[in-house]
Design a protein around this ligand. Structure first.
Ligand SMILES: CC(C)(COP(=O)(O)OP(=O)(O)OC[C@H]1O[C@@H](n2cnc3c(N)ncnc32)[C@H](O)[C@@H]1OP(=O)(O)O)[C@@H](O)C(=O)NCCC(=O)NCCS
Length: 317
């Protein structure tokens, strides 16, 4: 067995082998289409350096791992994604060899800490415990059945909603960068991460990526009477292989506008819009820190139900 780098563009056969192993990594959540998997593996949502390594046995892909190397903030971290071993090749040291390899790569890039997300109770958890990892955060996935979602339209005095499908228009892009920075207020538990800074150029790079991987993106922004952006929320749906799923991502309310129901309001309005605009979709999935009481309460009110629990683990590189 060899550990070799993967170049997605030059090695489509091996890339397909890695995708076949990793596509269902998030089951029972949505399967990752190949175009989405490749973008996340090659650069992550925020366009950061990444490396992909495969375990190859007799020219067959039997394992793989992606490592993201943040270069604007959190430069002490190496983020491990999609560490997977073919079920027929487990408990033979392949996973351990891939992990040792990425630890070496992390050190080569001056990273002190590796983070990895693992489903509770599965083989990944036994594996990271055996490797001496420390648990640093707990997240839950919840799913909303869109057929049961039915809320009347309503107003909140002093605010108006803005509906954006696809890229943020240039005049609003600075507002979007500021809204994304509010996500730094979400609880981190024990995660050793620094705040993420967003510039207009970062937002443009992120949103350019959507188009290249066939994402239909629904954003609702709540604006205060003076026109300032007070809250936002986002839903993503694939246009090629949605398989009935949408993904709920960021939601944030500016500190001075909290406690007025804006978080629930923007999510209700966006979900209702998605349901009207994309009748092919049946379910929405979301992730939250278990410790994020306000967001979890909003999701439960919207009708989201618990799917499973994941833990984030820290390993020294
Ligand atoms: C987790 C995973 C990558 C491990 O790959 P692997 O090649 O089987 O791992 P290794 O053979 O190197 O295992 C190293 C040690 O981890 C522990 N371990 C691994 N799988 C285990 C399991 N199912 N139950 C209990 N202990 C386990 C053992 O201590 C093992 O050493 P041992 O076999 O000498 O007892 C593999 O099970 C997998 O792909 N799981 C699904 C994806 C996943 O959970 N990924 C997240 C990984 S962080």
């Amino acid at each position: 067995m060899d550990i070799v780098p993967l170049d997605f563009a030059a090695e489509p056969g091996r890339a397909a082998g890695y995708h076949a192993l990793a596509a269902d990594a998030m089951a029972p959540g949505p399967r990752m289409p190949a175009h989405l998997f490749r973008l996340v593996a090659e650069r992550g949502w925020r366009a950061m350096p990444a490396e992909n390594w495969l375990a190859v046995d007799d020219d067959r892909v039997v394992g793989g791992v992606t490592v993201h190397l943040p270069d604007r903030d959190n430069t002490h971290l190496a983020l491990i994604r999609f560490l997977q071993v073919d079920p027929g090749h487990r408990r033979r040291g392949v996973g351990g060899a891939l992990l040792s390899h990425v630890a070496e790569r992390a050190r080569a890039h001056d990273r002190s800490t590796m983070l990895v997300e693992v489903a509770e109770g599965g083989p990944g958890e036994a594996f990271v415990r055996a490797k001496g990892a420390r648990e640093v955060a707990t997240q839950a996935r919840r799913v909303l059945d869109l057929s049961t979602f039915d809320v009347p339209e309503r107003e909140i005095p002093g605010y108006r909603l803005e509906f954006l499908r696809g890229r943020t228009p240039d005049p609003q892009i600075a507002d979007m960068a500021a809204l994304l920075e509010i996500m730094n207020d979400a609880p981190l538990d024990d995660l050793p991460v620094d705040e993420e800074r967003w510039t207009a150029a970062d937002v443009a790079a992120l949103e350019d990526a959507w188009t290249s991987i066939h994402q239909d993106v629904f954003t609702v922004v709540a604006r205060a009477g003076d026109g300032s952006a007070a809250a936002f929320t986002r839903l993503f749906a694939d246009t090629r292989e949605p398989a009935g799923w949408a993904r709920q991502t960021d939601t944030a309310v500016r500190r001075d506008h909290r406690g007025r129901g804006l978080g629930l309001w923007v999510k209700e309005a966006n979900t209702a819009w998605l349901k009207r605009a994309r009748p092919d979709l049946t379910r929405v999935i979301t992730w939250n820190a278990v410790s994020n009481g306000p967001m979890v309460a909003i999701n439960e009110r919207l009708g989201y139900r618990l799917l499973d629990v994941w833990h984030e683990w820290e390993l020294r590189a």
